[in-house]
Write a protein that binds this ligand. Structure first.
Ligand SMILES: [Zn+2]
Length: 464
């Protein structure tokens, strides 16, 4: 073998090394599921055998403190960034950015404005930047180009796409030749019916049962695809729901003329932008107007709410007590609602999880939704960006003993593709053969040289 041949051989071996490495790295896969508006205690209102099946074989957190304001977009972005709303910049479902002079509205479908999303990097982008693939079925923000990227696979938001279709897409992406390691699934219920009926309405029982059936369908489809035992699945939500009433309405028109301000975001945490020069007048009119409404100047919003360090938070914030609604006029339409203080249990979402990385039959009393992001990154084996959460806070949810960890690795590797195993086998064999041949080649070629060197060394230095 010539020296040129040796290098050629080395190059081929190096080609197989990445495949060898794919075996050595943790290949955790995660499916994160959000049932919008699924309050933490809904599972106790009606038999929920499929939720109970996961709880029995996985983990259950009883009280998840989500972030203020307890609305859909801020909380979905917190789950995938680990940041409070003031830091990730999606501070409400309805926003106005005075620097851009642009608005963002869930109701007017102007949510695709990338600029509103780019205060943070969501996990699907972080995952892709570290060499993996992500797939999203309608998760808020996943059909928006953020920092120049979409998820590897995603669906354009369309409420009429069925739950079955969303699952079928995700399974297809997990099973493809170039599989995703991160899947995100969003479903609009029980939030929509919770707004209409109210959480205490007996008709919510059927809505909750339907979600339980949907969860059962998801589990059975994952089992059919041989994904159930190897995939880490987290079932959660963005917020809970409170019961509103016609008897609990705060009418702003009684206290301040509506020509003096713009109402940017709506009840129960109302973002108020006073017209130029009218700040003091509007604030004074509202500050002590109603015993069930707390009115803050932006700079006085309590630190614990983590809700002031963003130019998209307006100069005045009026927050209703639980179950109260702030409207301009009592004739305005309203529904049951969420968005209240994040310390209120009624605002807290469900969180259960199952998979090879999770302990079995563990109940944890409390966690913060900001801790979900470092947990997700840990499960995926990727480096997290700085966040307001901590993996330390949720480590007790994970398998801890050596034998459990070995089982996790065994289960994870079982799903490695044939290509990877063939790559590992060929790579290792070629490296071994190469080393043998290379060493033999070196010894063979170097013997005369060594001989010459000996002769030179043996030559007396001063002979010349
Ligand atoms: Zn929601």
């Amino acid at each position: 073998m010539t020296s040129k041949d040796s290098w050629r051989f080395l190059a081929i071996c190096m080609l197989f090394f990445p495949m060898t490495l794919c075996f050595l790295q943790d290949q955790g896969r995660v499916l994160l599921v959000s049932f919008d508006g699924f309050r933490w205690d809904y599972i106790y209102k009606v038999p929920t055998p499929n939720f109970q099946y996961i709880i029995k074989n996985g983990v259950h957190i009883k009280q998840v403190t989500n972030v203020f304001i307890t609305k859909t977009y801020p909380n979905h972005y917190t789950m995938v960034t680990g940041l409070y709303a003031e830091s990730h910049g999606i501070v409400a479902n309805e926003m106005y950015d005075p620097i851009l002079n642009e608005t963002f509205s869930m109701n007017h479908m102007t949510i695709n404005n990338s600029k509103f999303w780019e205060d943070a990097y969501p996990i699907w982008i972080v995952n892709q930047m570290q060499g993996h693939r992500s797939g999203a079925a309608m998760w808020p923000g996943t059909d928006v180009k953020i920092h120049g990227l979409f998820p590897t696979h995603y669906m354009l938001y369309n409420e009429s796409v069925s739950f079955q279709e969303r699952i079928s897409k995700l399974i297809e992406w997990f099973m493809s030749k170039e599989p995703i390691n991160l899947g995100l699934l969003y479903w609009e219920q029980p939030d929509e019916m919770g707004h209409i009926l109210g959480p205490e309405n007996h008709r919510m029982r059927a809505v909750i049962s339907d979600i339980d059936n949907k969860l059962g369908y998801l589990v059975s489809e994952l089992k059919k695809a041989n994904l159930w035992d190897t995939l880490n699945i987290i079932i959660t939500s963005d917020h809970g729901m409170a019961q509103s009433s016609r008897d609990r309405i705060i009418e702003l028109d009684l206290y301040v003329d509506r020509s003096l301000y713009r109402m940017i975001d709506h009840s129960p945490a109302v973002a108020i932008l006073p017209e130029e020069g009218k700040f003091n007048e509007v604030y004074r009119a509202l500050a002590n107007a109603h015993p069930h409404m707390t009115v803050y100047k932006k700079e006085d919003i309590p630190r614990r709410l983590h809700y002031k360090q963003s130019n998209k938070i307006q100069p005045i914030l009026a927050v209703a007590d639980e179950g109260w609604e702030i409207l301009q006029n009592k004739s305005d339409e309203f529904l049951c609602n969420h968005g209240y203080d994040n310390l209120l249990p009624e605002m807290h979402p469900i969180l259960i999880a199952h998979g090879p990385a999770f302990a079995k039959n563990i109940t944890k009393q409390a966690m913060n939704s900001t801790d979900l992001y470092p947990l997700l990154c840990h499960l995926l084996g990727i480096n997290p960006l700085p966040s307001n959460g901590s993996l330390e806070n949720v480590k007790d949810l994970l398998v801890s003993s050596v034998s459990e960890k070995l089982q996790y690795r065994a289960a994870t590797y079982q799903q490695e593709s044939y290509a990877c195993f063939i790559g590992v086998f060929l790579g290792s064999t070629l490296v071994f053969v190469f080393l043998l041949v290379f060493i033999r080649h070196l010894i063979y070629n170097q013997i005369p040289v060594i001989g010459t060197q000996h002769a030179e060394i043996a030559r007396p230095l001063l002979q010349a």
